[in-house]
Write a protein that binds this ligand. Structure first.
Ligand SMILES: [Zn+2]
Length: 297
């Protein structure tokens, strides 16, 4: 079923943007990954590449993010590896799976990672009415907030899909309303990514994923997905101007991704490459928000 869900990804994502990078020193250029209370979002606010973590570009710092879990075996194994290398990551989990595997969600939080949301069951937000989208978001926030004592609430749209909804609403405006309702302030921080490993492609190997990560740091051959008549396959390409830092998109539901993470962390040990938590990235800072739930709904 998940495979079928991913068919939509190809419609949304293009990779050309990764080939050319810019190194931003001016922090005023940053696109906050946070719905601005003063902006009424409209159809010009679309696409994952609108919100890159430019503050990381060129810094050789990566924020690792893992989507679609928790997975009953792969996520605990990944947590063991992250602990061994003393690395903190962010998990964009599905509300329904957090409900199914509360002990893993609890472990993610207790070991210092960020437990974040990725919808209730991974539906494409662009196909939902405002009330369906908002209630799914609300349900996800409440399920995850139950485990997460920290202030931050990060949310990633399944497929990175938003801003093209039917029914005359924009997801970021709906997100602000949900946040006001739950927290009385602007507390839901949406998150995209800079570096896509295409780790969900079934013939991608853990070595391919490691190579893609290294190519995004140093340049060279990387791998991405390619649409073929009966699904997807991997395709190599060359990165000439690497971003050399950014938010990395991976999926902890796949064994190859967990293997790749272990190989990558071993490879960069003692190097100048640093893994940073998402909440230390400028674009994701919450500022002075308290973000305590007003009430249980
Ligand atoms: Zn996903």
């Amino acid at each position: 079923m998940r495979k079928a869900l991913y068919l939509a990804i190809g419609l949304i994502i293009t990779f050309e943007g990764f080939a050319c990078s810019a190194h931003y020193n001016n922090l005023l250029d940053l696109e906050k990954q946070f719905p601005d209370i003063n902006i009424d979002y409209n159809s010009s606010h679309r696409g994952w590449s609108k919100y890159l973590s430019k503050s990381l570009h060129g810094t050789r710092k990566l924020a690792l993010t893992f989507d679609d879990g928790p997975h009953p075996t792969n996520t605990p194994r990944l947590l063991n590896i992250l602990k061994r290398y003393n690395v903190k990551a962010t998990f964009f989990t599905m509300g329904a799976l957090v409900k199914e595997y509360p002990a893993i969600a609890k472990r993610i939080v207790s070991e210092g990672h960020i437990l974040a949301g990725h919808d209730w069951v991974h539906t494409n937000s662009n196909g939902e009415s405002e009330s369906v989208y908002s209630s799914g978001l609300k349900r996800t926030v409440l399920e995850i907030k139950d485990h997460n004592p920290n202030n931050e609430f990060y949310y990633r749209f399944p497929y990175g899909a938003y801003g093209n909804g039917r029914g005359g609403y924009h997801h970021l405006n709906a997100m602000k309303k949900v946040s006001q309702d739950l927290f009385g302030e602007n507390c839901i921080n949406f998150a995209f990514w800079d570096i896509d490993t295409s780790d969900w492609v079934s013939n991608m190997t853990s070595d391919n994923i490691v190579q893609t990560l290294m190519a995004n740091l140093n340049g060279g051959v990387a791998y991405k997905f390619k649409k073929i008549s009966n699904g997807y396959t991997k395709e190599s390409y060359t990165i000439r101007r690497p971003l050399a830092g950014g938010v990395v998109l991976m999926h902890d539901i796949h064994k190859r991704t967990v293997d790749a993470t272990e190989k990558f962390l071993e490879k960069i040990k003692g190097s100048n490459i640093e893994i940073v938590p998402l909440n230390e990235v400028r674009e994701f800072e919450f500022g002075n928000a308290v973000c305590e739930l007003l009430r249980v709904i």
